[in-house]
Design a protein around this ligand. Structure first.
Ligand code: ATP
Length: 209
């Protein structure tokens, strides 16, 4: 089947842990629930098919993601075939975001939004998913630390790990072409509007003019 990712381009949102990705995505999904159709040029009052925002990632924290259950053998086969953008093991279970799941969303004429880490970003870049990349940056590493502490989810050790990784992510984001758009999440209202406007892209959702 021909891929639909040329028109319904997946959106990848990445950025250091604690920078506010979940906060912004929750608002995006609240503003664009399943039934919402993004208007596209030439549409008559949304009668034709639009490009609603959807997602097909799998994480353990975000309830708006959908899961597909497969056997451990099938999962490991797919790992061997390089079929995952990201995969991990928690508590004896395997979790992953498959490239095919992202393509399936585009086939349904929806925009897949992925919240993934830097290694996943690189995987998507090396795939044929034709994604758009947004980096959500913190105002500073000091503010990032404040947010992570304020969230109350981290131990001193996990906080250190996240801050060290943040420095790597910020370095990577500086490389030309690493991301298509960088939004600094300082004032939440302003950052949200910037993310939403870039995702919606005047109703084109990243499709060619
Ligand atoms: N613009 C902002 N100003 C101040 N605090 C914010 C802002 N945006 C988010 N926060 C707060 O920062 C904390 C971290 O946000 P959030 O959990 O959304 O980050 P995240 O990038 O999704 O992290 P992770 O990758 O670890 O899931 C939360 O407590 C959130 O309420």
């Amino acid at each position: 089947m021909a891929s639909n990712t040329a028109v319904y381009r997946p959106v990848v949102i990445s950025g250091p842990s604690g920078t506010g990705k979940s906060t912004i995505l929750k608002r995006l999904f609240a503003e664009f629930p399943d039934t919402t159709r993004g208007p596209r040029p030439g549409e008559e009052n949304g009668v034709q098919k639009g490009a609603p925002i959807d997602c097909a990632g799998v994480t353990e924290t975000n309830s708006f993601y959908s899961y597909n259950f497969v056997t451990k053998e099938a999962f490991l086969d797919l790992v061997a075939q390089n079929g995952f953008i990201e995969h991990a093991q928690f508590g004896g279970n395997y979790y992953g975001t498959s490239k095919q799941a992202v393509k399936d969303v585009a086939e349904k004429e929806r925009i897949c939004v992925l919240d993934i880490e830097m290694e996943g970003v690189k995987q998507v870049k090396n795939s044929d998913l034709n994604a758009r990349f947004l980096f959500l940056a913190p105002p500073s590493v000091e503010e990032l630390e404040r947010r992570l502490r304020g969230r109350g989810t981290e131990t001193e050790e996990s906080l250190r790990k996240r801050l060290d990784q943040a420095v790597n992510e910020l370095e990577y984001a500086k490389q030309p072409g690493a991301h298509d758009k960088i939004v600094v999440n300082d004032d939440l209202e302003k950052a949200y509007a910037e993310v939403r406007d870039w995702v919606v892209d005047g109703g084109r959702f990243g499709a060619p003019q």
